[in-house]
Design a binder for this molecule. Structure first.
Ligand code: ZN
Length: 243
């Protein structure tokens, strides 16, 4: 078997989801783990998720929630629920963790892939890739074969071909030699595609294969922690819905 790289995004302080995914990766003998940012925000375990990420990932890029928690981003960017959760998160983090988050790079390159939280075109603007036009705008903004993004918490494959583009079906994709790819790895800690299971992507560079994976975790435990912490109840609800 060839090498394997697991791409995890949007952990959002959900330790149960993160630990369940890492257990699966260990059991499967996955070689490398990288992270597309948003280690914190929304979830009840920001410090534990930072510590676990620090010791686990070969590369991590910053998400907008990481920058907000580090004081680099205006909180008015967030909707009321996200803002309330971010104020709570900021109170939990010590200066060491805030400094760590503030120093995460916006873009990294691993295994001929670009890693970025939002878009390769303007990583610091935190735009979303939601439509075909959004995806097409990114085409010339990265030079690697694959660019992995997160941010919307909705997984997708997008294939740039010499003739134009296609949107390959999840969950498995065989890469074509003359194509390049934009891939959203979904979210480990707060999926929003209607499936509450943690989502991530596994890249097999030698075989040229991408696989979107799902892992169940103890959602009820995270929900209880959210309530106990005094975070907005909606954040517990949405985890159960994957919304
Ligand atoms: Zn996020």
């Amino acid at each position: 078997m060839g090498r394997t790289v697991a791409v995890l995004s949007d952990l959002h302080g959900n330790l149960e989801a993160l630990e369940s995914v890492l257990r699966v990766l260990d059991d499967a003998g996955i070689d490398e783990r990288v992270c597309l940012g948003d280690l914190v925000g929304y979830g009840p375990d920001p410090e534990c998720c930072i510590e676990r990420s620090r010791s686990t990932f070969r590369a991590i890029v910053a998400g907008n929630h990481d920058h907000a928690a580090a004081g680099l981003e205006d909180l008015n960017y967030f909707n009321p629920v996200a803002k309330e959760a971010m104020r709570w998160t900021i109170r939990q983090l010590g200066p060491d963790h805030k400094e760590y988050l503030s120093k995460l790079p916006l873009v990294q390159h691993v295994e001929h892939c670009t890693l970025v939280h939002s878009t390769p075109r303007e990583p610091e603007i935190w735009d979303y890739v939601m439509t075909v036009d959004d995806a097409l705008r990114q085409r010339e903004s990265f030079t690697e074969r694959i660019c992995f993004v997160g941010h919307s918490h909705v997984p997708f494959f997008f294939e740039y071909s010499p003739q134009g583009y296609t949107i390959p079906q999840l969950p498995r994709l065989e890469l074509k030699p003359d194509c390049r790819y934009l891939v959203n790895a979904g979210s480990v800690g707060q999926p929003r595609d209607g499936d509450p299971r943690a989502c991530f992507c596994v890249y097999h560079p030698d075989e040229g294969i991408l696989e979107m994976e799902r892992v169940s975790y103890a959602v009820a435990k995270t929900q209880q922690k959210i309530i106990t912490a005094g975070l907005p109840h909606y954040l517990a609800q949405r985890l159960g819905l994957g919304a």
